[in-house]
Design a protein. Structure first.
Length: 236
């Protein structure tokens, strides 16, 4: 990312009834059922994580996902790193503290005319004591800017449609993409189409190896069935 992004804004939260977010940490959606208060994101910068910040990033991600260090999402981070799949790792820094992180990783769309390089946004994390202030939203925006800068035609993710749907993403299946696994509920399989996208670039999304080797693709029963039911109930 060329420029450091400086953000100063007031993010007023409404009470949000959200479908549980997906793997992992799906049942830990922040503040479910709580009435949120107004909060301010002070002078926060979003910038690429430095190589010596890896363990700090891992700690932020583990905290956000309420995992022990070395847990499933930490293992995913390491596997993505070890397989050179990381295309961008961005941190949100507020007064010297890393308060959030987002990562873009390589994957492919197996379109009929050609294999298309695309990006998968995963994971997205805000430290628990700063959630609900707009940091996640700012990180998603910065990640999409970064994807544009990389000339990626599309960014995919697995997540709650009513969260990411307001932040540049839309359901991927109706556009002609196929999920990497039937264990990703259709409502959670989302894509942001960018300027480089062309209509022929559709087909199955092929995840890079790290998602499989760490078993972080989609959900498994009984949680999968539960989430599918929730999604069916809350979809307009
Ligand atoms: C998901 C996550 C990254 C969002 O980050 P964030 O900084 O809290 O995101 P934002 O402040 O930009 O937006 C928060 C949204 O959740 C709601 N929310 C967040 N915290 C809330 C709280 N304490 N009370 C009520 N609503 C809350 C907000 O209303 C807002 O929803 P809306 O604007 O769509 O109505 C963060 O909660 C997190 O790290 N969760 C654990 C890891 C995870 O699940 N990652 C995503 C995997 S797909």
């Amino acid at each position: 990312m060329d420029a450091v992004i400086h953000i100063r804004r007031r993010h007023v939260l409404a009470r949000a009834e959200l479908v549980a977010t997906l793997v992992p940490g799906l049942d830990r959606w922040p503040g479910r059922g709580r009435t949120a208060a107004a909060a301010t994101v002070g002078d926060m910068e979003i910038r690429p994580a430095a190589p010596d910040e890896r363990s700090l990033v891992e700690r932020v991600v583990a905290e956000a996902f309420e995992e022990e260090p070395g847990g499933r999402v930490s293992r995913l981070l390491r596997a993505l790193d070890a397989t050179s799949a990381v295309r961008s790792s961005l941190v949100a820094v507020d007064r010297g503290r890393i308060v959030g992180h987002v990562q873009l990783n390589r994957s492919w769309v197996d379109a009929r005319p050609a294999l298309v390089d695309v990006l998968v946004l995963s994971p997205l994390s805000t430290v628990p004591d700063r959630q609900g202030e707009g940091i996640g939203t700012a990180l998603i925006g910065a990640a999409l800017d970064e994807a544009r800068r990389c000339a990626s035609p599309a960014v995919f993710l697995e997540g709650a449609w009513n969260y990411y749907g307001k932040r540049g993403f839309q359901a991927a299946t109706p556009l002609g993409f196929q999920r990497p696994s039937h264990r990703i509920p259709e409502s959670a399989f989302q894509v942001a189409l960018l300027e480089g996208y062309e209509p022929w670039m559709v087909g199955p999304l092929i995840y890079c190896e790290a998602f499989w080797s760490t078993d972080t693709v989609g959900l498994r029963d009984p949680r999968l069935a539960q989430v599918e039911e929730q999604a069916a109930r809350s979809r307009p």
